[in-house]
Design a protein around this ligand. Sequence first.
Ligand code: C2E
Ligand code: CA
Ligand code: CA
Ligand code: CA
Length: 279
Amino acid sequence: AKNGGRNQYQLFQPQLKTNADNYMTLVSGLSSALGRGELQLHFQPQIDLPAGGVYGAEALLRWHSPELGAVPPDVFIPVAEANGLIVPIGRWVLEEAIKQAKHWVDRGCQEFVVSVNLSAIQLRDAELAEQVAGLLDRYGLPSHNLCLEITESTAIADVETSYQICKALGEMGVKLAIDDFGTGYSSLAVLGRFPFDFIKIDRSLVRDIATNKKDLAVIRSVVALARDLGLQVVAEGVETAEQHEMLRGLGCHEGQGYLYGRPMSRDDMDAYLQRKGCC
Ligand code: C2E
Ligand code: CA
Ligand code: CA
Ligand code: CA
């Protein structure tokens, strides 16, 4: 039994050590990533479905670590949230996105909307609305060119504070979107209460619409609900022409997905907008 235990221990130990090492590399790498200029914002186009033009772009964070390579945001954002690093990182993301939005507005895309993902931690900070107002002011970006995306899990971390922040942002004219709608993290309770402008339908609901009548029915009722609430619907994860046609037919207002463009560097987004004749 003793021997068996030791073997088990020996088998398990390297694995454990590797995971712990990876985690420590992740944490220490992330804490210097901002200062070393390893973070970058990419932008993914959002299409106006009825009109066919470019509506805006979602800013998506990228980290290229010299030690770990390209680390996906699904991996490093939860780590940044767990140790507070999301606060300076989130501030940097907002500033970069606002700076970039101003660049596109100045180039002639006057209605271009740049969307930024907010973490639950950021929505606990009562100063957030003031911070956003300060950045809009510093870069001279009209508030209607900025949209902030939050999920229900983001909002309910501290409902009262996040509600007050969202209310203040809405009153400033900043657009608000409820993200990942249909995943179980976003629900009707939050939808009715917060001053949202957009519902973003999660890509898990979009994926099988061509074959799954139930997913189709869910999207149809989300569009109807949005209409009643005076909101617009953005469909995420649009990958095929068939999905595009169906979503447009259902009355979704905007689409985002690989069909229109993958997340790209701001220089590539410049070229993309030029190619589309936007700006
Ligand atoms: P999200 O907000 O739901 O962002 C959309 C994700 O879907 C992005 O993944 C995007 O690359 C991916 N995507 C877009 N179109 C398609 C498609 O047609 N097919 C498929 N399969 N995927 C598509 P990404 O960039 O890996 O980001 C993952 C998540 O990380 C985001 O999900 C968001 O929750 C978080 N995130 C990214 N950037 C930030 C940030 O600056 N701040 C915060 N707090 N979270 C961020
Ligand atoms: Ca998002
Ligand atoms: Ca989403
Ligand atoms: Ca997501």
